[in-house]
Design a protein around this ligand. Sequence first.
Ligand code: AMP
Ligand code: FE
Ligand code: FE
Ligand code: ZN
Length: 294
Amino acid sequence: MRIDLHAHSTASDGTDTPAELVATAAAAGIDVLALTDHDTTAGWADAVDALPVGLRLIRGAEFSCIAPDCRDAHVSVHLLGYLFDPTSQVIIAEQARLRTERRMRLLAMAQRMAADGFPVDPDEFLAGLPPESPAGRPHLARALMSAGVVGSVDEAFRRFLHNRGPYYTGRVDTDVHAAIRMVRAAGGVAVLAHAAARRRGPVIDHSVIAELAAEGLAGVEVDHPDHADDDRAALRDLAGALGLLVTGSSDYHGTNKTVSLGQETTEPEALEQIEELAARSRVAAVTADRRRVR
Ligand code: AMP
Ligand code: FE
Ligand code: FE
Ligand code: ZN
């Protein structure tokens, strides 16, 4: 069994359409794939419609969050939500807010680059972003590539767009505690994504992961292409101590990243736990709904 629980499509900042993504996964010998676009569930329907025989799809999303840091600051964290109800009004509203927030933030970055003489027209760039989709820095990286400023998305990140880069502009993301509650209330399961991806910037402290576990976090993504071996070992130990399940996934973004589907994988037992928790979470969500109605 090859299980990859973290992949992006053109519904956010991947380069494969949802239909292409499931076809690519099947061709790569993947048995179970989770579609986890940033802050949207818009790709789910197309992925389901195009699902090849033999491939199972886990519907998910990656929530852009901030977490309190023990040094009294905030760090950026990504939360994977699996199998939640996409009609949850709380999630729909928060994802819509974030889509606008993402566009305005990218516009600000493009404006700062234009002001410094880079050949990017901020308004044209904004107009060229896929409508209704959560745009991200990879879109700006591609615009810089088209303008001949850089030769690759990777180079754009390395020189200009990374979290401590000269044009980085922040964004108001979702509080991670609220995001965990949202996912659970919608019958889903929350797993912390790439918690030790250090090249992106400061990472979440283990003491904060312990707080999130108390809040209902179900698991941590231990095996991720951006994780060093010692960090994987430390996260695995932490997961054991806190009773969290462990996943491994590629975080595939098509040609926007150099990783391949199935590069990292999840054990079948962990997937079983996710599905069991989702089933229990759905029952709990329905019960809470009934109580509210009464
Ligand atoms: P944003 O959502 O605008 O903050 O952009 C973050 C996205 O850029 C994430 O999907 C990352 O996977 C991607 N990303 C971050 N660092 C790099 C990098 N060095 N090269 C390519 N993509 C990156
Ligand atoms: Fe991304
Ligand atoms: Fe992420
Ligand atoms: Zn991702």
